[in-house]
Design a protein around this ligand. Sequence first.
Ligand code: TRP
Length: 333
Amino acid sequence: MIMERKIMYSAVQPSGNLTIGNYTGSIRNWVTMQEEYDCFYAIANMHAITVKQDPALLRKRTLELAAWYLACGLDPEKCVLYVQSQVPQHAELTWVLNSITYVGEMQRMTQFKDKSQKHADNINMGLMDYPVLMAADILLYMADYVPVGVDQKQHVEIARDIALRFNNRYSETFRVPEPIILKTGSKIMSLQEPTKKMSKSDENPNACVFLADDKDTVIRKFKRAVTDSDNKIAFSEDKPGISNLLGIYAAFTGKTVEEAEKAFAGTGYGDFKVAVGETVADVLAPIQAEQARILADKEYIGGILKAGAERAYKAARKTLSKVYRKVGFYTGD
Ligand code: TRP
């Protein structure tokens, strides 16, 4: 019996510079998964415009993100890499799914509430519809699994609800996806407020280490990392700063947190911070060089994204025509 490969879907928005958390928490795991699953990895530029974006910068970041994907090891022969807006079915399926999604459930979404507060002058329809677009992303490709950070889990759950609702109303159509909450390295916290997740949109530039940061910048940020006033390098809940640094060190060396604790037993905080910074910078250096090399070749990236969009289109078209038939849209045949 030939076992069908499971389908994996995930995406990142080109709305900021990637952080080391995006790398260890998402992209690095995607690289492993492409060996075992049929993977679709998107650049979610349609999600990005639900908050204000500078158009030129959005376009630039889209290519930069594609170059990071490739530099981190995503292989266009092994997975489908594409830009969301290049596959029209995302918008089309969103419209159909909108009609089986309730306003009330969208208003209750945690991220919608957070972003409404943060962007109080721009609570637009797209922001509220964001989870439906994300459901469309996932359901178009019949994904079995959706690897995401814990902050996106609620969105995958809504995608499941929408899939089940559609299947119940119109007969079996969508596969119901499961979230995979990535553990290793998915909990990299802010260097300034270590009880908060490291976020690429943080206003404090010292809070966040970007994939693009050079060695001096990385070390400077780690030197300024907030810790506590005793001098013991130990992983514990009441030491969020030190625990975060140990977690980062472990994620970048493949060691366990216990091994990291042992390695730094008796080391002072200052030296410890520099050591973690150096470790991170040394892992980033070859990836940065590769990203720059790829980014310089716009034609190469363009070709990969075009081929990716074509493959995605084929899969998406199949699902969408099924959906159009089920809901009773006239298709001309
Ligand atoms: N909303 C996700 C984020 O900001 C990105 C995303 C868009 C996504 N579509 C997706 C993730 C589909 C998983 C599956 O992180």
